[in-house]
Design a binder for this molecule. Structure first.
Ligand code: SF4
Length: 341
């Protein structure tokens, strides 16, 4: 019999299991505390449970773990962690400190199917989905050393909405008080724009933040950068964004836009982008593309004056715009550079 990973068990599932075996209901709180708060590595360590209950749990469950293979620290403090999964596949997570926040960018798949032309994960091809436990474990392992992870972004290797059930389950574990207890408002899911997944997500009422990796303001350019656009073109994607429920006065959709020299960085592109996003409650993150240090980049970084002009134009159209510094450039930990090589 395949055992169930305790690192992805929910309060409801545990309550039901304890009810079936006739154990006291209050044990659920104790077990969840061991798993998600005390971060134990085996059921044997749950010392305030009876021996019998531990044996019962061991017959049904196990506690999964990741192996930290390598850690690289950038000059700017960004830390990239290379993890090995139980089947020896590898994934990466990136920890980004700034003044008040400590943000962890986690992976949701081994590789990715969507082959965006500026992204190195896409070039790996797709191996498999991560389980909810493997997504949660990235946070747990990093937080053993770093006590105060404040924000989670599902923006590492893989497309979260292509691994829908496992990602949603992981998100619920991350924000639940019985789980990791990181507020839903501090969790951001970033997608390349899978419309069926977005439509499902809008009915979940999770209250997490949504980011759309847009990167172009017309279909020709976006088809080139992101082949997924051929299936879910801009007009349809933005229709779904317009209908996406946002909490009054609070939430906005974030549009991520990687600026690439002579591909999507002109004022004409900015104007088209402003026209496209008109009327959507949003903010725009501009990310100047950075070449990987191994020189294998197909694209070039934009000139600073073009970045400034692009930014200024969007401001003149009353958008909230942030030009982000790419983080961890010297360790290839920037957006789109993860490869688990
Ligand atoms: S940008 Fe995201 S969706 Fe596109 S290939 Fe990379 S990981 Fe996949």
């Amino acid at each position: 019999m395949n055992k169930i990973d305790m690192r992805e068990i929910t309060e409801d599932e545990l309550n039901e299991y304890l009810r079936v075996i006739g154990s006291e209901a209050y044990r659920a709180k104790q077990v969840l505390d061991w798993i998600y708060n005390k971060k134990i590595k085996s059921i044997e360590e749950m010392t305030n449970l009876s021996k019998k209950l531990r044996e019962d749990l061991q017959n049904e469950f196990y506690v999964s773990g990741l192996i930290l293979l390598q850690e690289m620290v950038s000059k700017d403090g960004t830390r990239k962690c290379l993890f090995e999964l139980e089947d020896k596949q590898k994934i990466e997570s990136v920890l980004m400190p700034d003044d008040k926040r400590l943000t962890l960018c986690v992976s949701t798949q081994v590789g990715c199917k969507f082959n965006c032309s500026f992204c190195y994960t896409g070039k790996m091809g797709f191996s498999r989905n991560l389980t909810a436990g493997e997504i949660v474990n990235q946070i747990m392992l990093v937080s053993r050393k770093e006590k105060r992870i404040t924000n989670i972004v599902l923006m590492g290797m893989g497309e979260p909405l292509d691994n829908y059930e496992n990602v949603i389950k992981a998100v619920k574990i991350i924000y639940s008080p019985w789980g990791l207890g990181i507020s839903a408002s501090k969790i951001t899911l970033s997608t390349c724009g899978l419309i069926p997944g977005l439509k499902r997500l809008k009915d979940e009422k999770l209250n997490i933040n949504l980011a759309i990796s847009l990167n172009a303001s017309d279909d020709n350019v976006r088809n080139r950068l992101m082949p997924v656009n051929k299936k879910y073109p801009l007009k349809e994607l933005l229709k779904v964004c317009r209908e996406y429920p946002l909490k009054p006065n609070k939430k906005r959709i974030t549009f991520e836009y990687v600026l690439i020299r002579d591909v999507n960085d002109s004022v004409k592109d900015a104007k088209q982008l402003a026209d496209l996003l008109k009327g959507i409650k949003c903010k725009i993150n501009l990310l100047p593309f950075n070449k990987r240090l191994d020189g294998k980049s197909q694209y070039d970084s934009p000139d600073q004056h073009k970045v400034d002009k692009f930014h200024e134009y969007l401001i003149s159209r009353n958008f909230s715009v942030f030009t982000r510094k790419q983080r961890g450039i010297d360790i290839s930990a920037s957006c789109g550079q993860l490869t688990a090589s």
